[in-house]
Design a protein around this ligand. Structure first.
Ligand SMILES: [Zn+2]
Ligand SMILES: [Zn+2]
Length: 267
């Protein structure tokens, strides 16, 4: 199973995953040309994708979804309410490319199993995804107001997890360029996950057996990659977990393509 973060953050999200011959994107929140170029950089022709899984209708997740679907004839997968909310934003999608998913209802996309789960976020019907290939699975959960039990059960035990580490609450509160309403929205239980909340969640996920972690959807204004890493690593060390030895942790950057993970089944 292969996984790569192409973009992650409020200026655009797109994650690539492959198992066997099945290739998908989770979200398409950059322009079509940006996404095509990023895929090219990891050796993937966009027309070889089998579909795009949409988490929710915010523009940092769907900006290029319509263009990619039409240009490369790619099916788009989203919940019914997400379809309703994004319809006016992504242009006309031919009926044969429309796929509807439902939280809690697993399905096959080619050789890959897909398990959507509900997430707490201020969108119509947002979901995260767990993707299965053999005994391996990759889960992505960003745009989380808090780390709910539903999210935990959706992703626990995955081989690789990309989890949101959005902001430092002190940096956010002190940011003069964010008005009170925006601050309140981000800090609410339908907003975004703080570094501290992410660190607490990671400890539970590591206890559940996950050894590969990626921190994602970092704020460009209210966080830094170094700070996000420091908070999570400090929490691990307090529990006797050694980052880099017991678990591998990377940061999904906002505008830099991440490493391509190759996940192999353990005997
Ligand atoms: Zn987002
Ligand atoms: Zn969002």
């Amino acid at each position: 199973m292969y996984f790569c973060s192409l973009y992650s953050g409020s200026s655009g999200n797109a994650l690539f995953c492959q198992y066997g011959r099945t290739r998908v994107l989770i979200d398409a929140g950059k322009t079509g040309s940006c996404l095509s170029e990023a895929l090219g950089q990891i050796g993937v022709k966009p027309e070889t994708l089998d579909g795009i899984l949409i988490t929710h209708e915010h523009s940092d997740h769907i900006l290029g979804a319509g263009v990619m679907a039409r240009k490369y004839h790619l099916p788009l997968y989203a919940t019914q309410e997400t379809w309703r909310a994004m319809e006016g934003k992504i242009g006309k999608i031919p009926g044969e490319l429309i796929r509807t998913v439902q939280a809690g209802k697993d399905f096959w996309l080619g050789e890959m199993g897909v398990a959507p789960f509900s997430i707490p976020h201020d969108a119509a019907d947002p979901v995260g995804y767990r993707l299965w290939g053999g005994r391996m699975s990759v889960s992505t959960a960003t745009d989380l107001g808090f780390f709910s039990e539903n999210v935990y059960s959706g992703i626990a035990g995955s081989t690789l997890i990309l989890l949101e580490s959005n902001h430092d609450p002190e940096m956010l509160r002190a940011n003069p360029r964010y008005n009170q309403a925006l601050k309140a929205r981000i800090l609410s239980d339908r907003g975004h996950l703080s570094n501290e909340a992410c660190a607490g969640a990671l400890l539970r996920l590591i206890a559940g057996g996950t050894e590969n972690l990626i921190l994602g959807h970092l704020s460009g204004d209210n966080n830094t990659p170094a700070l996000a890493r420091r908070v999570s690593e400090a929490a691990m060390r307090r529990e006797g977990i050694i980052p880099g030895e017991d678990v591998q942790m990377q940061i999904a950057m906002r505008d830099t393509i991440g490493d391509v993970y190759t996940l192999k089944e353990k005997d």
